[in-house]
Design a protein around this ligand. Sequence first.
Ligand SMILES: Cc1cc2nc3c(=O)[nH]c(=O)nc-3n(C[C@H](O)[C@H](O)[C@H](O)COP(=O)(O)OP(=O)(O)OC[C@H]3O[C@@H](n4cnc5c(N)ncnc54)[C@H](O)[C@@H]3O)c2cc1C
Length: 300
Amino acid sequence: MFDVLIIGSGPSGMTAAIYAKRMNLNVAVVERSAPGGAMVTTASIENYPGFERIDGATLSMNMFNQMTSLGVEFIGDEVISLKKENDAFFIKTTYGEYVSKTVIIATGTKQKKLGVSGEDKYTGRGISWCAICDGSFYKDKEVIVVGGGNAALEEAAYLSKIAKTVYVLHRRDEFRADPKVVSELEKINNVKYILSSTIKEFSGKEKLEKVLIEDLKENREYWFNIDGVFEFIGQNPNSELFKDLGIVNDNGYISVDCNYETSVKGLFASGDIVDKGVRQIATAINDGAISALAASRYVK
Ligand SMILES: Cc1cc2nc3c(=O)[nH]c(=O)nc-3n(C[C@H](O)[C@H](O)[C@H](O)COP(=O)(O)OP(=O)(O)OC[C@H]3O[C@@H](n4cnc5c(N)ncnc54)[C@H](O)[C@@H]3O)c2cc1C
């Protein structure tokens, strides 16, 4: 039986593992993909203290090596069910079954994608889902922000301070965002609008160079040269598995207390999966440390 089993090896899960292991606990991390989580999808990270600039893969491997050198057991598998019986958690994966005294859910989110041709190829090479992370790569360049909600328009305003021109591309001719957000954006000179339109295809060589836009009103398609595209059409929390436990709120995120414990005793959640305002590596790490120390107190 493990003391702490962590689901997900993004920065939050790996931090939790490091903290829990240093409390002399028997710790495992189950990860269905590469260690690093969403960090792996970014070419360059410039806001992680201690590194002026580091690529996501290197930072991921640094954390992974630190975690495994302490003796954390890394299980490359996908968790498919989690239940609590008496005082133990039973975790089923595609290829195994595990029992643990506590569980930390650090499964993160997946970005909603447009789902059109070329999107996978140019992810991290011109297509981004994070303006605060990747905006600085587009200084004095031209970018498109896709979306019509508050997030899209607020991120467009943020990017307008960096990029030469920000085109807000939205499939409707009016925005879902609050009127105040819309009117604030309208005051910014270098923000332009491509309304009633969608992106049908991404294209380029090594990096993104152009997008195929469909004008839904005029029923025509045209290529548009662009340096970057930021998609803000929403996020999907990886919480499907946990709905039966009664810990997932209406938005799909997991509610926790100040120790990152859910309403199920001994079950913690950490990182982007948690219902909170800022989803960054720094905040994921914060949650991982706090949840691991709380789990350690629970075990002891
Ligand atoms: C393109 C991009 C660029 C970014 N750039 C920055 C940046 O520059 N700076 C910054 O601070 N933040 C950045 N972020 C945000 C940052 O990466 C996230 O806030 C952070 O990774 C969240 O960490 P996490 O551990 O909570 O979740 P994640 O990193 O999402 O990790 C969750 C992990 O859980 C695994 N998992 C999910 N379900 C299961 C399951 N059932 N079984 C097993 N494993 C499972 C996933 O495979 C994943 O590895 C960026 C995000 C993106 C998408």
